[in-house]
Ligand binder design. Structure first.
Ligand code: GAL
Length: 701
């Protein structure tokens, strides 16, 4: 079938897929595509340079300035004494130079007076040592004194700037990370959290399996936070640790919601409230907040690692934006990148020059994935202090754009052109909609699996990401969604290592399949209940009927071990994880183990249920070849035409534009119709290259 001709009529509801690319958002009109901004810290510079800098920001084409993030010391120099005159001045300058302002609450860095007078406002580590003044992100977010001070400064800021027409929104705190806190305030808050959850100590004892090693409690007051620094990680109670993680994530979310609520009493509805999670956040959970308008992420793809090919160390890790750009849409439907690395950082294993074009490519990647804003940390490279070596978009002389700065300007210029070419209401092409894919993800599964990996070869964070990568290599539009999502929007749903499940969730999956969906479930799914206990039943019991097979046992091999798999006539190798499957009658065996003492046992099975299919992939391989071929078979079988993009080539469609980026070290020539209208770049993408094109409307692609 020719993918450039009218394919076939698929009656698929695409309205919800990548809804963000299709719907106008209250804060981000679709016609603007993406809005650009930059972090500026006036408090770091001589006042007589402020106007020069703001003028330069405007001249470079930026649309907003990110202010006040770490400036608590300047806004409240003494307890209860506020000074906003300096900030008023900067905001006026921004207005004069046609720049909007994104205001930030300063709760990540407290002023020195707080340390000396209220040391209890700091977290305690696992050795019960109190953090000190001098760095950031160390406030004890459950401490009532700290909370009182946060409420006061946020209220003062909201009163002052909440109705300012030039302020478009607020970022709360900085990179919230649900940091472990063993302080007395946190111990108390944890006990309260447990009481709310379990009501009775008996229920807690049962959930924690406290009969083991005499951990039994007779009263909530006996409980202290499970402390891996003292007791050791391996020997600690996994259920108690899971609850500690949940408590920390809940406390973090509640703290953000508390700041948001404080702001909302004063600010205009036109101002949005967001925060900037780290791209890979293993502690804070964006799904737990409910007072933010949306979530953003910070992206530092180049931290001195190898990546794809010999130039990969300059181009950065392609998975950073790939995952974060989708994941953070979970919180409010849209997302954007709040900090994008503007050049070498100061904290990587080593900090190489970026291949020319890299910053622009990252920006395009964030845009392609639906990003509504692209802001960068930071404007001027600082001449002093902890981040001296960290690039800015302006060099340490204060006036010369860095390589990243030049690329940012190019991106902004090109976006202006794209805005001109934007046409509202263009529906996603049918070829793409036919591949629509969701990857299901719940941070709690990361916590439990990473806690009990069972093999050091299990790569907990990258495991779900590998399925996102496979689907992207097919050219599929992929969303990362929570289990509460409406799955009927997707033709393919991938459930990677979803360790904790329950009957209701499995029922939802079954209904999805019965109605015609194609579900791909992988090893380590539904092996535990929501408290992390195994079922008192066969392995992965809740999904046996759905996958049409029983998981009989699991093998794992040494790093040098050679496990073999046969699928049709193709051979694959594995050594990370292998579930031995016993298929029911009527279940098709797609692949079998081809060596070891269980040679011939099923490793991958496919089960038809109602109008759809369920495929269970019991094996985790290093090179993903088996998983990729299995998935391709499923997409083909469902009539979805797939691409075969090599690693590091990502192609997206948004708002009528096709966008491709190249993170690999080789050039890549895009297969596209002759009539395609190239707007940015060339058909052959060089490493770090970008290509944007549109298809003429008569091609019903
Ligand atoms: C981010 C942080 C920024 C800045 C940056 C340096 O994680 O949010 O404030 O420190 O790292 O790379």
């Amino acid at each position: 079938m020719n993918k450039y001709s009218i394919l076939f009529i698929i009656t698929i509801l695409i309205s919800g897929l990548n809804a963000t690319a299709q719907e106008d958002n209250r804060f981000f009109p679709e016609k603007d595509l993406i809005t650009t901004g930059i972090y500026y810290y006036p408090e770091h510079w001589n006042e007589n340079q402020w106007e020069r800098d703001i003028k330069k920001i405007s001249g470079m084409g930026y649309e907003f300035v990110h202010l006040a993030e770490f400036a608590w010391f300047k806004m409240e120099p003494r307890e209860g004494k506020f000074d906003f005159d300096w900030l008023d001045k900067v905001i006026r300058l921004c207005a004069r130079y046609n720049l909007k302002v994104l205001m930030c609450t300063p709760s990540a860095t407290t002023p020195a007076w707080m340390r000396t007078q209220y040391p209890e406002t700091f977290v305690m580590d696992g050795h019960y040592i109190r953090a000190e003044h001098g760095t950031r992100g160390l406030g004890s977010i459950v401490n009532p004194v700290y909370r009182k001070f946060v409420a006061t400064i946020v209220t003062e800021m909201a009163r002052r700037y909440g109705q300012n027409k030039n302020v478009i929104g607020w970022q709360l705190d900085n990179e919230p990370d649900a940091k472990p806190d063993y302080s007395p305030s946190s111990q108390e808050a944890f006990r309260q959290w447990l009481k709310n959850k379990y009501k009775t100590i008996e229920a807690l004892n049962a959930a924690w399996g406290a009969a083991f090693w005499s951990q039994w409690y007779s009263d909530f007051d006996q409980i202290i936070i499970p402390n891996t620094s003292l007791v050791g990680w391996w020997g600690n109670n996994p259920h108690a640790l899971l609850d500690f993680k949940r408590y920390l994530a809940d406390a973090q979310a509640e703290f953000l919601d508390f700041e948001a609520t404080t702001l909302r009493s004063y600010i205009s509805k036109a101002q949005f409230v967001t925060t900037n999670y780290t791209a890979v956040s293993t502690g804070a959970d964006p799904r737990r907040t409910n007072k933010l308008d949306f979530a953003t992420y910070t992206a530092y793809p180049n931290g001195g690692t190898d990546n794809i090919g010999e130039q990969g160390f300059r181009l950065g890790n392609s998975k950073v934006i790939l995952f974060a750009a989708e994941y953070y849409k979970m919180a409010g439907g849209v997302s954007g990148v709040m900090e994008i690395q503007p050049g070498p950082v100061n904290w990587g294993n080593y900090n190489p020059l970026l291949l020319p074009g890299t910053v622009r490519m990252w920006l395009y990647h964030a845009f392609a994935a639906g990003g509504k804003l692209a802001c960068s940390y930071r404007f001027r490279q600082i001449n002093y202090s902890a981040e001296q070596y960290h690039a800015g978009v302006i060099q340490p002389d204060g006036i010369t754009p860095s390589q990243g700065g030049e690329e940012y300007m190019q991106f902004i210029k090109e976006m202006k052109e794209l805005r001109k070419q934007y046409k509202p209401g263009v529906a996603m092409p049918a070829t793409l909609a036919a591949r629509s894919t969701a990857v299901l993800w719940n941070l709690e599964n990361y916590w439990t699996i990473d806690r009990q990996k069972q093999t050091s070869q299990w790569d907990t964070w990258n495991y779900p990401v590998k399925f996102l990568e496979i689907a992207k290599s097919f050219g599929a539009p992929v969303d990362v969604v929570p289990e509460t999502a409406d799955l009927s929007k997707y033709r393919f749903v991938i459930v990677p290592a979803y360790e904790m499940a329950d009957g209701a969730l499995v029922k939802k999956w079954s209904e999805y399949v019965a109605n015609g969906g194609h579900l791909i479930i992988t090893c380590r799914t539904a092996t535990k209940d929501r408290m992390g206990h195994f079922w008192e039943a066969e392995w992965a019991a809740p999904i046996s009927a759905l996958i049409g097979a029983q998981v009989k046992a699991t093998d794992m091999l040494s790093n040098n071990g050679k496990g073999e798999i046969l699928m049709g006539s193709a051979h694959y190798s594995w050594n990370n994880w292998g579930d031995l499957l016993a298929p029911d009658k009527g279940t098709e065996t797609l692949a079998v183990f081809d060596n070891q003492f269980y040679k011939g046992k099923a490793a991958v099975v496919k089960h038809k249920v109602g109008k759809g299919t369920v495929t269970y992939i019991g094996v985790d391989t290093d090179d993903s070849k088996l998983e990729r071929d299995v998935l391709r078979g499923i997409y083909d079988g469902a009539g979805a035409d797939t691409e075969n993009y090599p690693p590091g080539i990502y192609v997206y469609w948004r708002d009528g534009f096709y966008v491709a980026v190249n993170y690999s070290s080789d050039s890549y020539t895009m297969d596209m119709p002759e009539t395609a209208n190239i707007i940015v770049g060339e058909k052959t993408l060089q490493p770090g290259g970008v290509l944007v094109w549109k298809l003429p409307s008569y091609i019903k692609n």
